[in-house]
Design a protein around this ligand. Structure first.
Ligand SMILES: [Zn+2]
Length: 136
C-alpha cells in the first residue's frame, strides 16, 4: 500500500461540519494494520470533547482485536479542498506506542514519499523505565 493510497483513503472520509465554535470532521486518518487491513477514522471537536482522527482509526482497529500498526496518516482538508498531511499529536503518538511496543516501528506518513518511524517522534520513550525511582 503506497502513501498516496492511504492519504486518499484518509481524505475520502472528510466531511467538515462547522459547529458553534469549531470545525468537526475536518481531519481524516487511515491506518494499515500489520495484518494488511485498512482502518479509517475521523476527528470530532465538539467543545466539551475532542478526539483525533488517528484515535478513531485505532479504535476501529481495536474492535477487531488488532493492535499493530504498519503505517498511518492523518490529513486535513482546507476550505479550498486542498489536502495537507499532518503529524500526529503527542497523545496519539503515546497511544500508538501503548497499544503495542512494536508500534515504535510504525511508519508515520509525512508526505507522498516520506515516512518516519514512530520511535523517531518519541525519542525518549523509555527514559522513565530506565531511571524510575520508587518513592515511598
Ligand atoms: Zn492526536
Amino acid at each position: 500500500m503506497t502513501n498516496k493510497e492511504l492519504i486518499d483513503f484518509a481524505a475520502s472520509i472528510i466531511k467538515t461540519r462547522k459547529t458553534k465554535d469549531t470545525l468537526c470532521g475536518d481531519v481524516g486518518s487511515a491506518l494499515l494494520s500489520q495484518e494488511g487491513k485498512v482502518y479509517l477514522g475521523i476527528c470530532a471537536s465538539l467543545g466539551s470533547a475532542v478526539f483525533c482522527a488517528e484515535q478513531n482509526a485505532m479504535g476501529s482497529m481495536i474492535t477487531e482485536g488488532q493492535y499493530r500498526i504498519a503505517k498511518i496518516v492523518a490529513v486535513w482538508k482546507d476550505e479550498d479542498g486542498c489536502v495537507h498531511v499532518i503529524s500526529p499529536c503527542g497523545h496519539c503518538r503515546q497511544m500508538m506506542m501503548d497499544l503495542d511496543k512494536e508500534n515504535l516501528k510504525t511508519e508515520i506518513i509525512m508526505d507522498h514519499d516520506k515516512t518516519v518511524a514512530l520511535e523517531e517522534l518519541l525519542p525518549h520513550h523509555t527514559w522513565w523505565k530506565k531511571q524510575s525511582v520508587i518513592v515511598s
